[in-house]
Design a protein around this ligand. Sequence first.
Ligand SMILES: Cc1cc2nc3c(=O)[nH]c(=O)nc-3n(C[C@H](O)[C@H](O)[C@H](O)COP(=O)(O)O)c2cc1C
Length: 220
Amino acid sequence: MSDDVGVYDAMSTLRAVRRLRPDPIPDDVLRRVLDAACWAPTGGNVQPWRVIVVKDPAKKKALGEQYAKHWSEYHAFHLERIKDASDKEIEGAKKTLRAGDHLADHFGETPVVLVFCFNPKIMAITDIKLDRPTVVGGASIYPAVQNALLACRAEGLGCVLTTLLCQSEPQVKELLDIPDPWGTAAVVPIGYPVGKGHGPIARRSVEKMAFADSWGEAWS
Ligand SMILES: Cc1cc2nc3c(=O)[nH]c(=O)nc-3n(C[C@H](O)[C@H](O)[C@H](O)COP(=O)(O)O)c2cc1C
């Protein structure tokens, strides 16, 4: 099932896949995905994250019920946010929302749900004293999540990084016996795709994203 895909191809086709088949994922495939997560760098090499591999149908169903609640709020909020956008943008957004509705409706049937947890007490958070929301702590967690997503891509598995369930952290902690002070950073449903799965992505170009030497200076 593994796709012979180079790293640049994997990165440039790693789109959110929200229509997943319930077919089981072989343990050796799952092992490679988890290995990839463990290879990620972390501040001080502390690895302040853990992942819970949820296969239990009752637990997946409970996660799915919470997820569907947050998704329906997000769906309504997003429709409102884009109401003045162009017809093309609205059509694109509606397509994504339909895929999101599918995931919300079938979350519990996903073969595997990865729940990434973090321990804020042992993370390197170098921006913690600044007068703005901190982001550096996440840099010791999300590279592991991204490695897992890329490995899924290489294995022909569909997946999507989700964070809506972080709003239900107390319920998720209770359901999965996650102790204090651990928190939840991301939930990744994975499974073989219903359709083509990964494919072209729409992103801003380097010209818009990168500067030369100073902010605003065009990079060429
Ligand atoms: C931090 C973060 C949080 C996200 N949370 C969710 C989520 O809760 N549910 C979901 O369906 N997609 C979620 N996504 C997926 C994004 O919506 C998706 O990557 C983005 O729309 C681009 O789509 P594409 O990857 O298919 O090109 C999240 C992505 C990131 C990076």
